[in-house]
Design a protein around this ligand. Sequence first.
Ligand code: NAD
Length: 498
Amino acid sequence: MNTLSLWINGKHTASLGSRTAEVTNPATGCVIRHVPLATSEDVNAAVAAARAAYPAWRDTTALRRSRILNRFRELLEMHRAELARLASEEHGKTLEDAAGSVQRGIEVVEFAVGAPHLLKGEHAENVGRGVDCHSVLQPVGVCAGITPFNFPAMVPMWMFPIAIACGNTFVLKPSEKVPSCSLRMAELFKEAGLPDGVFNVVPGDKEAVDALLIHPDVRAISFVGSTPVAKYIYETAAHHGKRVQALGGAKNHAVVLPDASLDFTADAIMGAAYGSAGERCMAISTVVAVGDIADELVAKLKDKAERLVTGPGDQKGVDMGPVISKQHKDRIVGYIDSGVAQGARLVTDGRGIVVPGFESGYFVGPTLFDHVSTEMTIYREEIFGPVLIVLRAASLGDAINLINSNPYANGTAIFTSSGAAARRFQNEIEVGMVGINVPIPVPMAFFSFGGWKSSLFGDLHMHGMEGVYFYTRTKAVTTRWPELSDKKTSTLAMPTLG
Ligand code: NAD
C-alpha cells in the first residue's frame, strides 16, 4: 500500500516527521493509502520554497502567468476523469457528481486565465489640474489555503489558481481525508510549466494548519471548513497580521410557496438534499413549506427519496454514495435518533441501510423528517449528511424571519411562480447566495462564492473579482509632471487637487 508524500518546491518530498493518517475508501471501509501529516518543519520548508519563488513569479508578466494557467486548464480537462475517480474513491461521491465538481473547479482556472485583464486597475486623468491618478493591483506574497474533505478538487481550485494568476505563490493544506487530488493537480501544474516553489502541497492536520497561521512569511489565509474551525482560523490568522477569508458551515433553507410547481420543486430538492450524500456546504438541508403546501410536498419528497439508490459511488445507477467516515456516519445516525426523541415525525428512515457486498461501507440512506421545530437539534445544528427536514410557516414573511434568525447564512432558495414574492425574498433575506427556483445557487467562477454571518468570517468571498481583490493589494499612484515654468505650489495646508 502506498504512502503519499508532500509536494514542496516542485517535487514529491518525504515528511521530516513520522506521523501518517489512513486514507479510506468510504464505500468499503478499507484503508487504500497512507498520507503523511506535515510537521511544522515541513510547513516551514514549503513556505521557504514559496517565498524563494515569489520575486521571480511576481515579476513574470501576467500574460505569461496566464499562458501557464491555460496549459494547466488543458491538462485538467485531459485528466478530468482521473481526478473525478480520485475524488470519488476517497470521498465516496458518485463519479458523475465528482466529475461535475472537478468541472466547476476548472471553471475557476478558466476565469484566472483572464489575469492580464483582471489586474488592469483603474485610471483617471486630471483628478486635479495637471494631476493623474491610477491604481495597480499587486500580489500580496505567500498565500496559504486550508480545505475541507467534501470537494477534494473544486475547493482547492477556488483558491490557488486565482492567487497564482495574481502573482502570489501558494501553500495548500488539503484535508488529510482526501489528499490525492491536490497532489495530482500539483504534478499537472508543474507539467504545464509552473516554476518550482510557486505551488506547494502539505497534507496534514492541526499541526500543519497552526504552523501556517503563525508563520510570519504567510500573508494571506483562505479557509473552507466547519464554522468552529473557521472562526479559530480567522481569529488566529488575523492576530498574526494576515488577511483572512474563512468560509464555515451551513444550514441552507429552501422556501416553497403554495404557487410553486410541485414536481419541479420536489425534483430540485432531491438533488440538493441528497446529492453527494448531503455533504455539500450548499446542500438544501431544510425545507420551509409555506401555507397549505406541506402535506402534498412531503408526500412527493417521500416518494422520490425512497426511490433513490444508495451504493458505492463508482457503480452505475447509484444516486448517492456513502458518507466520509464511520465516525461521521455515527454522528448522523445520532442526529436522526435525536430528531425522533425530540418529537419530529420521521417520514423516511435511512438508518440501518445495508448495501449488499459493501457491508463495511459508511452508508446512511435518504432520511426525511416532517414537523420539525426550530428548538430541535436537527434544526439547530449542521448535520452534513442525507437528512432533509421540513418546517412549516404560515406566510412568506414568517419564512423569511425564520431564515434570518438562523446563525448560518450560506445559501438559500425559493420556489415560486410569483415574481413579486421572489423579489421580496431576494431583497429581505440575509444570506450570501440566493436561488430563485434554483436549488443549489453556487455562483459561476466569474461571480463570487461566499456566505454571511457564521458561514463566513472575513470580508471577501472566494473567486470572481472578490477573489482577485483578496489576493492583491491596491496601490494608488498620483502623478504630476510639472513644466519648468510652473510656479512653486508649496503650502502647509492639506492639498486639495480640484
Ligand atoms: P473541518 O473544519 O473539520 O476541516 C477543514 C480543514 O481544517 C481540514 O483541512 C482540516 O484538516 C482542518 N482542521 C480540522 N480541525 C482543525 C483544527 N482544530 N485546527 C486547525 N485545523 C483544523 O471541515 P470538514 O469536516 O473537512 O468539512 C466539512 C465542513 O466544511 C462542513 O461544515 C461544511 O459546511 C464546510 N464547508 C463549507 C463550505 C463553504 O463554502 N462555506 C464549503 C465546503 C465545506
